[in-house]
Design a protein around this ligand. Structure first.
Ligand code: HEM
Length: 172
């Protein structure tokens, strides 16, 4: 068994922690709070609640986006730079994941922010939250594929190394 890398462990912990908070919060908003508030509150009260929730949730969104970018960058630098892995197919899948993550950050920031440019998005928040959750689910799946591609590549290179070491032993 190899040694535990504390930086990789802490970075992965924070990365997955931020995913749990951000995606869990978005699912709660989409499937619990928004429908419950619309079916019980007057339009005026519902608008006041929405604004109060938006202002508080915005801080979580900003924190989680910052943490995901930072820890994602650390994960990539520590785990996915050649010669540690073969660039293909890892980097191609990572490119799609990164692009999808930027779309998720864009939607999350638009919904939680207060810029008038995103009023239209906030007016259709259920639709945009559904798209965000769909993309997030795809990203979690792609991340699992990345981890498997990486460990599959590692076992191939470990096998090759051990075969090379055995065959290079001089005959006794
Ligand atoms: C919505 C945004 C994101 C979600 C939901 C997400 C989700 C995840 C999850 C669940 C893992 C753990 C996979 C596993 O070990 O099975 C992971 C790993 C990782 N993430 Fe993210 N992530 C996001 C954004 C980012 C960003 C922006 C970056 C890069 C800047 C990034 C880079 C990475 C890397 C390099 C790994 C390690 C993959 C491996 O094991 O080879 N992630 N991510």
């Amino acid at each position: 068994m190899g040694e535990i890398d504390v930086v990789v462990l802490v970075s992965r912990w924070l990365h997955i922690g931020a995913v749990v908070v951000a995606i869990g919060g978005a699912a709660f908003l989409r499937f619990v709070l928004t429908p419950a508030a619309s079916s019980t509150l007057s339009e005026e009260d519902n608008n006041r609640l929405r604004e109060a929730v938006r202002a508080r949730w915005n801080k979580f969104v900003q924190g989680c986006v910052g943490l995901l970018l930072l820890t994602g960058g650390i994960n990539f630098a520590m785990l996915a730079m050649p010669p540690k892995i073969e660039p293909m197919p890892y980097h191609a899948i990572f490119g799609i994941k990164f692009f999808a993550a930027m779309a998720v950050f864009f939607i999350a920031s638009g919904l939680a922010g207060k810029s008038p440019a995103f009023d239209g998005m906030r007016a259709k928040s259920k639709k945009w939250l559904s798209l965000l959750l769909f993309l997030a689910a795809a990203i979690v799946l792609m991340s699992g594929v990345l981890a498997q591609v990486r460990s599959a590549g590692k076992s191939v290179s470990e096998t090759t190394e051990s075969v090379a070491a055995t065959t290079s032993q001089p005959d006794q």
